[in-house]
Structures are given as C-alpha cells and as structure tokens.
Design a protein around this ligand. Structure first.
Ligand code: DSN
Length: 424
C-alpha cells in the first residue's frame, strides 16, 4: 500500500510489484493506440469506468442484494448497486434490473434458469445465421441442457424469417423464445416476436448484448416494452466495463434475481457493479446519444466503402453498429482476410455468413463494427479510408504491403488516439 489515502489504481505500484504484467498492460495500450479496432463487440471504456473497476470495491463479498446480504460491511457497496439499478431502470424504462451477471453468457444462463428446467424446449437463432453460442448450440450449456430448436434467416433476403419462427414455435411449443445474436446487422422486429411468443405461451427473452448501447442512446427501438426479459453485456456499444446485466418486467423480478444469485452465481463483483453504474450515468447524456447515432452512421459508411472494395454486405447493408461482409467475390476466405488485416494492424474477425459453405474456422465472411472507431472520434471520411485500407489488405495475398498499410493505419489512429499516451 503506497499511501493512507489509497483509493484505486496505482500503476507505479503495479510496475514495482510485477513489471511483467505492467508491461503486458502497457503493450496492450500500445496495441490499442496503434491499430484499428473493428471487432463489433469491443469498445474503449472511459477512465471513470476504469477507475471504478480498479477500486477497493473488488475486495468486498456481497452475496445477496442491497439490504439483504449474507455478509456485513455492505453499506457502501449497497449504495453502488442501488444507484446502478435505479439508473438502469431509468435508462431503459424497465420495471426491474439486475446488474450482477458476470457476463452475457451468465445473464442468459440465469434468464433460462428462471423459466426452464433441463429438457425444456428453447427456440433461438442459429449461430451460423447470426445467433449466439448460448442460444442453443450443441457445445454450450444451452444446447446440452435444453431441447434447442433454431430459426434462421431467409436465403433470399438474409433477414430473419419470421414465418419460420412462427412455424417452429407452433410445432415445438418452446418454453422460451430468444432473439438477438452476434452477427445481425439489422434491427429486430420485437413486436412480431412478442406476438409469436404470446401465441404459443412462451417467455420472450431478448439478448440485446450487441445493440443495447444503441437502445440506451435512443438510436434504435427498444426491446424492453416487448420482452419478458432483456439480457445484455455492458461492454459493447454501451461502452461500460466487461460484464452482463438483465432488465425485466416486475412480475419476473423475483425469479430473475433468484436465478442470478444463488442459482447461477455466488458473490457479485462489486467493483464491476459500481463500474456498470458509472457507465449507465455516462449513457444518460446527450453526448452519449450523439455517439450512438454516429456509431450507426459510421457503420453504414464503412459498409458502403467495403462494398466499393468488392465485399458484399449481407442483407445489403446495416441498421446498427455492425456489418457482415461476404468475401466470396474477393477470392479470400474469412480466415485469410482476418489474418491479412491483422498483419496490417486492422483487427476484425472472420465470421460465418448465412448458408456458408465453409466451416466456421475458415468462414466466407468478416464482421466489422464501428463502436471503437466512433469512440475515437472518427466519422464517415475516416470510414471510407478504413474501407480502402481493408480492401488493400485483403488483396495483399503475399503480405508484401502489410507494413505500408499498417503505417497508414498508424497515421489515421495517431489523429484519433484511443487513449492518451502512457507516461514514462
Ligand atoms: N463473442 C461476442 C461477440 O464477439 O459478438 C459475443 O459474445
């Protein structure tokens, strides 16, 4: 402990105690500052959020909920959680909020646990069509424990096939229908999902992890009025700490709280809960709302630019923060494109496209997202430049031009640093 007023992050103390890990942290900061981060599920959280994450709240055991803990000494962390819950309810016009899930997968686990028993039927979106691992894939608890059925997108339009959702719901009578996913470039018709869920008496869970930040910023319609439960992560467009959260109707509050703790989790991570509260305050500002709108404008500009480079936008575009690009016409696979971009300091991910003939480890597409570059203050002009750099990187089959492209990336990000330069 370096001082009696110690309250949080002390990088000098870390450097002294563990220079190896200090170097890793500085190396990661250098990586963030020197390349383009286009992973659609990542963002640059604020120094205020990082301060809460690095605080002494990490020390506290607080199993239970505010005012109902299994440990003493929770008065301060109770305040943090109460503030966070009330901000989440206000921001999303939600009847109930739980900020304790450690991640999006934990939030989904709890949401399923609140309504289903092993063997019950879950209807979710197929992973190769844009869904998520926790929506019933065989390798996840969701596919191992539940009888998972999957809907997808239409081969013609590449939009969710709501007729298929309805037919499958009628046929399989699921206990839970889940919508949302990891690679859906378009907004989802929550009203139709609600109708289908009501018709078959299912609970509707919206996994809003990817787009909740756009909802918070009032840039796209909210699922909250339609869903029984909305699960989300706090670190994507929302720009908070890594973690999960749930909002739901009051009638499900008890079931959700009991499913998070003690059914699925033990002690909450109170530094993370406090950091979520800080983030939720940041999201209430006009500045954040402008950010959320800009994220979409930038994603659309990036997509248009990539189409100009010969990549095909799945569904023909995007309404959100991400785009899915089919590389077939370029002759590169998703894995090749991602690795060529990586060599040029452009970080994105290979991604299956609907009806992909390639296995997921190869994939025919890439996914790009605008949350991080928008946080850096970039706009449509920079998106056009980024699209051109990606096009060049993908065409650079031998890697001969990687260093030169990386140097141009360096110029671009130097004008829009992700974080300030670390002091010596
Ligand atoms: N792995 C996250 C993503 O990249 O979309 C979702 O969990």
């Amino acid at each position: 402990m370096t001082s009696a007023t110690y309250w949080g992050p002390d990088f000098d103390a870390l450097r002294e105690t563990d220079p190896e890990i200090a170097d890793v942290i500085l190396g990661e900061l250098r990586r963030l500052r020197s390349g383009l981060q286009l992973i659609a599920s990542e963002n640059f959280t604020s120094p205020a959020v990082l301060a809460a994450l690095g605080s002494t709240l990490s020390n506290k055991y607080a199993e239970g909920y505010p005012g109902r803990r299994y440990y003493g000494g929770c008065a301060e962390v109770d305040k943090a959680e109460e503030i966070g819950i009330s901000r989440a309810k206000e921001l999303f016009s939600a009847e109930h909020a739980n900020l304790q899930p450690h991640s999006g997968a934990s939030a989904n686990l709890a949401a399923y646990g609140a309504f289903m028993s092993p063997g019950d039927t879950l209807l979710g979106m197929a992973l190769p069509h844009g869904g998520h691992l926790t929506h019933g894939t065989k390798v996840s608890f969701s596919g191992k424990w539940f009888n998972a059925k999957h809907y997808g997108v239409s081969k013609q339009t590449e939009h969710i096939d709501y007729d298929e959702v309805r037919d499958l719901a009628r046929e399989h009578q699921p206990k839970v229908i889940v919508c949302g996913g990891s690679a859906i470039p378009r907004t989802i018709d929550f009203a139709t999902f609600r109708e289908i869920a009501d018709e078959v008496g299912a609970i509707l869970i919206v996994d809003a992890a990817h787009f909740i930040g756009l909802v918070a910023g009032l840039a796209i319609p909210s699922p909250v009025p339609y869903a029984d439960v909305v699960t989300f992560t706090t670190h994507k467009v929302l720009r908070g700490p890594r973690g999960g959260a749930i909002v739901c109707k009051a009638e499900h509050a008890k079931a959700i709280d009991k499913a998070v703790f003690p059914m699925m989790q033990g002690g909450p991570l109170m530094h993370s809960v406090a950091a979520k509260a800080v983030n939720l305050k940041e999201c209430q500002t006009a500045e954040y709302q402008a950010y959320a709108r800009q994220v979409i404008v930038n994603a659309q500009a990036l997509t248009k630019g990539l189409e100009g480079e010969g990549l095909r936008a799945v569904t023909g575009g995007t309404d959100t923060h991400l785009a899915l690009l089919d590389l077939t016409e370029t002759g590169a696979t998703g894995a090749e494109a991602a690795s060529r971009c990586d060599a040029a300091a452009i970080v994105l991910n290979k991604n299956a496209i609907p009806y992909d003939p390639q296995p997921p480890s190869v994939a025919s597409g890439v996914r790009v997202g605008s949350p991080s570059v928008t946080t850096q203050g970039m706009g449509p002009d920079e998106m056009s430049r980024i699209a051109a750099l990606i096009g060049r990187a993908i065409r650079d089959t031998t890697g001969a031009h990687a260093a030169e492209i990386a140097a141009e990336v360096g110029d671009l990000v130097a004008a829009h640093p992700a974080y300030p330069e670390p002091r010596a």
